[in-house]
Design a protein around this ligand. Structure first.
Ligand code: GRF
Length: 191
């Protein structure tokens, strides 16, 4: 059975694109839909270029989640991947997709997680605190920011001379390598 993924992204969407490209040749897994909460998010241009359906659901839709659920069900979505999505996932969606929603965070959680800790803010804090390592955390979503069960963590070295931009580059490289692989492994186990 083909498994349909929805990728949720609020911004640039480089992970969304990377995941979509990774599964392009996979006959069992398909990135069917990209959802954003921002109508000017660059991820929407990427979706168009990739020929993937996209939809914008404004912030107001994410409190009850009914419209979100309707779109997911219309598109027969089996699995939800957050890739730089900045709003809380409504309980309705969490209950309808138990253990079927994952997120990636650009730090080694529980360090540098929680509300407001996203994107460059994470890397700036890592450098300001003179950390010697950072990395990625891929985890299930449980309704609290960055607190669901951890699936995989991979670390990278942070050198004393690294700027936040350099750390961001190292972390993004880990995201591109591991996020699609983890998604594939989870879905393969669920035949
Ligand atoms: C990534 O660093 C991801 O870990 C975080 O948000 C960023 C999204 O980047 N959750 P992009 O939009 O995929 O380029």
């Amino acid at each position: 059975m083909i498994k349909n993924i929805a990728v949720l992204a609020s911004g640039s969407g480089s992970n969304a694109e990377n995941i979509a490209c990774y599964f392009e040749a996979n006959e069992q897994v398909k990135v069917k839909l990209i959802i954003s909460n921002k109508e000017n998010a660059y991820v929407l241009e990427r979706a168009q270029r990739l020929g993937i359906n996209s939809v914008v659901l404004p912030k107001s839709a994410w409190s009850s989640g009914e419209d979100v659920l309707a779109i997911l069900q219309e598109n027969e979505i089996d699995f939800i991947v957050l890739a730089g999505f900045l709003l809380r996932i409504p309980d309705l969606i969490l209950h309808t997709y138990p253990n079927k929603i994952i997120n990636i965070h650009p730090s080694l959680l529980p360090k540098y997680g929680g509300k407001g800790m996203y994107g460059d803010k994470v890397h700036e804090a890592v450098v300001a605190n003179k950390e010697t390592t950072s990395g990625i955390t891929i985890h299930y979503i449980d309704g609290k920011y960055d607190e669901g069960q951890i699936i995989k963590q991979v670390s990278c070295a942070v050198l004393p001379t690294d700027t936040p931009e350099v750390v961001a580059g190292k972390v993004h490289a880990l995201e591109y390598k591991y996020y699609p692989q983890v998604i594939e492994e989870i879905l393969e186990k669920r035949d």
